[in-house]
Design a protein around this ligand. Structure first.
Ligand code: HEM
Length: 262
């Protein structure tokens, strides 16, 4: 098999496994957050497991928290759907509307997340506040650049910014999957669960978006006509073990984090 086809096959396998993992996180969001919010509005956040989720009298903050978890469903469910070529081909109108909804949801969810992070105390410390905030800012910047490229009909550039947006908007999913995979394989080395700090959590704070974004840039490079076979094989040899780790992480997050709450 030539290296180009091997790169595509590896990326497709990665995508299918990531899409299954996103679907499980989506099911968790719909099952845990939607029923209490549909029933009691902002008060529905009370009694949920969110340390920064509900504050008596802080209507704006509670609104941000509700918008954050409600729109998270569109971000996590819509992202993988947007990337399926058959959906783009056979349902272009749906693709356009989902694209707009995804973009709006990612932007509002990130603004809500930034607001909660800096006005309420969640788990972790200043390092985790700063690293997740960088992700929120990346989402806003990539969303802006994706829209700007689409409006001026620069389609290849639009596709690239949209893929970068997907990686940044799904960073919180990578975080959960990598953390639980790591906990399962190492017993949680470098993680202090009580204070939610530690060297592994600090590395993951930036790794949750830097690693996916770096792999994406490498993939773009592998797709170029002048890409060398050596580089493509190195890419595959890096993505395969990462995909295995991701699959372990999805299993661990499902069993240890999502299913018990559903
Ligand atoms: C745009 C993609 C994002 C998605 C899909 C997302 C999803 C979620 C979900 C599902 C929760 C509920 C916690 C859980 O059950 O796992 C949550 C909580 C939270 N998120 Fe996000 N999030 C995103 C981005 C961000 C960003 C960029 C920030 C900060 C800048 C942020 C800050 C928070 C905070 C502070 C909480 C509350 C945690 C607590 O109660 O202690 N999120 N997010």
């Amino acid at each position: 098999m030539d290296a180009n086809r091997a790169v595509n096959l590896t990326v497709k396998t990665w995508f299918c496994i990531a899409a299954v993992g996103h679907t499980i996180f989506l099911a968790y969001i719909l099952a845990v957050f939607y029923p209490p919010i549909a029933q009691s509005g902002l008060d529905g956040l009370q009694g949920l497991h969110l340390p920064a989720g509900f504050r008596e009298g802080d209507t704006l903050g509670n609104l941000a928290a509700v918008a954050h978890v409600v729109l998270a469903a569109i971000v996590i469910g819509g992202g993988p759907l947007q990337l399926i070529p058959a959906v783009r081909r056979h349902a272009p109108t749906f693709h356009r509307w989902l694209g707009r909804s995804y973009l709006m949801a990612a932007v509002i969810s990130s603004v809500g997340g930034l607001y909660m992070t800096w006005t309420r105390h969640s788990i972790g410390d200043l390092v985790s506040q700063v690293t997740i905030s960088i992700d929120g800012i990346l989402v806003l910047v990539f969303a802006f650049l994706a829209v700007r490229a689409a409006m001026s009909r620069r389609i290849i550039e639009h596709r690239r910014w949209a893929l970068r947006l997907f990686m940044a908007a799904s960073a919180v999913w990578f975080f959960r999957v990598a953390l639980m995979g790591w906990a399962m394989l190492t017993g949680g080395w470098g993680v202090d669960w009580d204070s939610f700090t530690g060297p592994f959590l600090y590395a993951l704070g930036v790794g949750q978006y830097l690693v996916p974004l770096a792999m994406l840039e490498w993939y773009f490079h592998c797709q170029k006509r002048e890409a060398r076979q050596r580089v493509q094989i190195a890419f595959i040899s890096t993505l395969v073990p990462m995909t295995v780790f991701m699959a372990i992480g999805i299993f661990a997050a499902t069993m240890g984090m999502w299913l018990p709450q559903m």
